[in-house]
Design a protein around this ligand. Structure first.
Ligand code: EPU
Length: 337
């Protein structure tokens, strides 16, 4: 464990923003993490996982703690299910690959999501009709107030759409150190009704897919639409899909008859932010070193050398324009730091 001064965070955030951490430390055990948290002289701390859901708009004066605690283990199993615990520093997609290799079902639709296991519960990652919460049993997290390791059940986490206790009342109070999942060993419950997945399986001529084939379908959809952060810096969806009232939706369809929508409840309709941004004319537009991805308007990209503040400005311009045209405020999904 070694504190490094003036460390570039470029390779630690998927937007590839070259912000500097005045003090940086990578920890690979709970002991080291506790020791770092107990250090005097660093009142402000920033916890870094896979860096896939953040926009660094400035150099960081706080102590940046990179949580790199590895390890995946099967805790218990019977004929039907396995209980698997993964430590926070495991790369999310590598965890999915571990599950597929061991024929464990439940996370295949979440293939190729950037980021680490420890940050997955914070925003309840989700894709193609499945969310983390569907296979989540519990997580362990260090309380920054008491230094104890607390266990959070699914109920405790208060999961919602891209939301959990860790983004609300628990914000800044805990560091997730591990997540425990319940995964199926047989009779896997597949989620293939999400339009693009069934189309893709059709293209692949697969009628009775395995979990490995569902994962392959998800990977090819994601690769065709979403930029790989290794090639073009990005943070996945920059905005959340907004939820509007039924009355608001009805007033929108009088002007925009082709507006896509998903009914959430009797009075709540979700509108794809990607559609709103595309209609507002931003899809594929480049602004200096940053821009809006040409295949998915929800994704902002760094073509190389963009500053976080430029991407933030672009996001504000998009929010303002969408608000003027549709009267809808689209909230950022990424953490602005
Ligand atoms: N659309 C457009 N133009 C665009 C993009 C989308 O018109 O440029 C419209 C289309 O009507 C399309 C619909 O939006 O049918 C939905 O698009 P898509 O299936 O790509 O899903 P999304 O709602 O844009 C969400 C998640 C993604 C996740 C996909 C698939 C959020 C904020 N984003 O995107 O998550 O991969 O569904 O489940 O909920 C992420 O969080 O980083 C992420 C990539």
């Amino acid at each position: 464990m070694h504190i490094v001064e003036n460390k570039s965070l470029k390779s630690y955030n998927t937007f590839s923003i070259d912000a500097i951490a005045n003090h940086f430390v990578s920890v690979n055990s709970i002991q080291d993490l506790k020791a770092v948290l107990n250090l005097e002289g660093y009142p402000e701390k920033l916890i870094l996982g896979g860096g896939s859901n953040m926009l660094l708009t400035k150099d960081q004066e706080s102590l940046v703690i990179h949580v790199n605690i590895k390890g995946i283990s099967v805790i218990s199993e019977d004929d039907r299910f396995a209980i698997v615990k993964a430590n926070a520093g495991e790369n999310w997609h590598e965890f999915v690959l571990f599950c597929l290799e061991h024929n464990l079902g439940g996370v295949e639709n979440l293939s190729l999501i950037p980021g680490n296991v420890g940050t997955a519960p914070i925003q309840n990652i989700g894709a193609y009709g499945v969310e983390l919460k569907d296979s989540f049993v519990s997580c362990e997290a260090i309380s920054l107030e008491t230094m104890s390791i607390d266990t959070f059940s699914k109920n405790d986490c208060k999961f919602g759409y891209r939301d959990s206790i860790f983004k609300n009342e628990g914000k800044g109070k805990y560091i997730v150190t591990s997540v425990t999942f319940k995964l199926s060993k047989q009779n896997h419950k597949l989620h293939i009704n999400y339009g693009t997945i069934s189309n893709q399986l059709g293209v692949m001529h697969i009628t009775e897919p395995t979990i490995q084939e569902v994962s392959k379908a998800v990977i090819s959809i994601r690769e065709s639409k979403l930029p790989n952060p290794k090639d073009i810096g990005n943070s996945g969806s920059f905005f959340k899909n907004p939820v509007v009232s039924k009355a608001k939706y009805e007033s929108l369809i009088t002007n925009f008859s082709d507006i896509p929508s998903y009914t959430i409840s009797e009075n709540e309709i979700k509108i794809p932010a990607g559609w709103l941004i595309e209609k507002a004319g931003f899809k594929g537009k480049r602004f200096g070193a940053c821009g809006v991805h040409k295949k998915q308007a929800l994704v902002l990209v760094n073509y190389g050398g963009a500053k976080g503040s430029e991407i933030l400005e672009l996001s504000k311009l998009i929010q303002k324009t969408v608000d003027i045209i549709f009267g809808i405020f689209i909230e950022a999904e990424v953490n602005i730091l």
